[in-house]
Design a protein around this ligand. Structure first.
Ligand SMILES: Cc1cc2nc3c(=O)[nH]c(=O)nc-3n(C[C@H](O)[C@H](O)[C@H](O)COP(=O)(O)OP(=O)(O)OC[C@H]3O[C@@H](n4cnc5c(N)ncnc54)[C@H](O)[C@@H]3O)c2cc1C
Length: 392
């Protein structure tokens, strides 16, 4: 087999790239997507993945255009940002930007399932098996191996994703000393359409609207509670009533009282960012290129923008059998630099600046939030970056 593009990793970012490339070629079978065997993923990894994704307006437009937008998401119409124990707060509304919603919350699994359904109709060659890897270069083309099979490819894309790895040593590497505790909780006075981001001394706590599901249960919220690892361990081990109580004490009474509505999960948090994502005819995108703090829900949105730009960059390779991948990938890497660094920088600064423990800094943050609330001119660029990123 000879492939035009081989994508290692069939998570949301790799699958989106495969669909985009399939649309840009007359030979979709030469786009190869390698991912773990379905039985190996479900229920061990993907089917059990507890993450809720806040996808922004740009991601929604992209996935809709691919026929891979899942039904039943919970729209975010307003975002309320505040700081525990301090004055400042800011409110961002969809009306300020003339969009139907600032974002939509979906289970990770719903996104993967919708992409899988679209892939099944796309003509892309899907190789479900053991881990795939680049074995060597042969006359200027990477040789890929999976389960004892080997093939050459004109371009190879790392999209193996993953979460923060504290042993990885990338160009920007920081362990935040925070874990995220994830849970679905029920509020006694829910406010559909509202998302809350509350900065505490240990890290940000987010409550997002959650899809109602078949039982039309509209009171559910997805919780992402970032705090010190010891505290996270303690929270994860509490019984449901004590956990709901602890959440009420930290978040306050804006949504009434809470009840836990499902199991809890923990993720260590840090940033791993590769400065150079392209190396000859091989490139990395999505979490294989950058793993971010979940504050403001940016990782998958940024990865989907990587996929969209890479598909554009690789279009000449698919049109011309004599074209080489290396210059196209180098130009891709240059084009994506600003958005990757700006988005990563924002998510790197936000969880740390509010958790310094220094009163003057925290007051300044509170004032900054007040300032943002008063000034649409200031609020606009921040919200727009979080909503759309830099489309390069
Ligand atoms: C707690 C938490 C909350 C988050 N919330 C948000 C949010 O609200 N909004 C947002 O935009 N982002 C969010 N993120 C980030 C988001 O989860 C990631 O950015 C996104 O999942 C990255 O997608 P990906 O396809 O690059 O990687 P992944 O989702 O990790 O998928 C990679 C796939 O590749 C497969 N794979 C791995 N190795 C191989 C191999 N050798 N061969 C073949 N296949 C392989 C894996 O099994 C997996 O299926 C959050 C992250 C965390 C930790």
């Amino acid at each position: 087999m000879q492939a035009d593009v081989t994508i290692l990793g069939g998570g949301p970012v790799g699958a989106t790239l495969a669909l985009l490339l399939a649309r840009a070629t007359t030979r979709p079978g030469r786009i190869v997507l390698c991912r773990p065997r379905r039985a190996a993923i479900a229920p061990a990894a993907t089917a059990a993945d507890p993450r809720s994704m806040a996808l922004n307006h740009g991601s929604r437009v992209l996935l809709k255009s691919l026929g891979a937008w899942p039904a039943g998401g919970a729209d975010i119409l307003h975002v309320h940002v505040s700081q525990q124990g301090r004055l400042g707060r800011t409110h961002i509304s969809h009306a300020d930007f003339g969009v139907p919603a600032l974002g939509t919350v979906l289970p990770y699994t719903a996104i993967v399932d919708a992409l899988d359904a679209a892939l099944a109709l796309s003509g892309v060659t899907i190789r479900a098996g053991g881990p795939a890897a680049v074995l060597r270069q042969e006359t200027g083309a990477p040789v890929i191996g999976q389960d004892g099979d080997e093939w050459t490819t004109r371009a190879c894309v790392h999209a193996e994703g993953g979460t923060f790895d504290h042993q990885a040593r990338n160009d920007l590497h920081r362990d935040y000393g925070q874990h995220a505790v994830l849970a679905i909780v029920r509020a006694s006075r829910p406010r559909p359409g509202w998302a809350w981001e509350r900065f505490t001394a240990e890290g940000p706590l987010a409550l997002l609207p959650y899809p109602a599901g078949p039982a039309h249960d509209t009171g559910r919220h997805a919780l992402v509670w970032c705090c010190r690892p010891g505290h996270a361990e303690h929270l994860a081990a509490l019984d449901d009533a004590a956990f709901a109580d602890a959440l009420g004490q930290t978040f306050g009474t804006r949504l009434g009282s809470f009840a836990a509505a499902g199991p809890r999960h923990r993720y260590p948090l840090g940033i791993n960012l590769r400065r150079h994502v392209a190396d000859g005819n091989i490139v990395a995108i999505g979490n294989a290129a950058q793993t971010l703090h979940p504050v403001a829900g940016q990782g998958m949105n940024l990865g989907l923008r990587d996929a969209a730009r890479l598909a554009e960059s690789l279009a000449p390779l698919l049109r011309d059998p004599s074209a080489h991948a290396a210059p196209l990938l180098a130009s891709y890497a240059r084009a994506r630099g600003a958005d990757r660094w700006l988005t990563s920088g924002l998510t790197d600064v936000m969880p740390r600046i509010f958790a310094t423990g220094l009163a003057p800094v925290e007051h300044a943050c509170g004032l900054a939030l007040l300032g943002l609330d008063m000034s649409r001119t200031l609020r606009g660029p921040l919200a727009r970056q979080l909503m759309e990123g830099l489309r390069a």
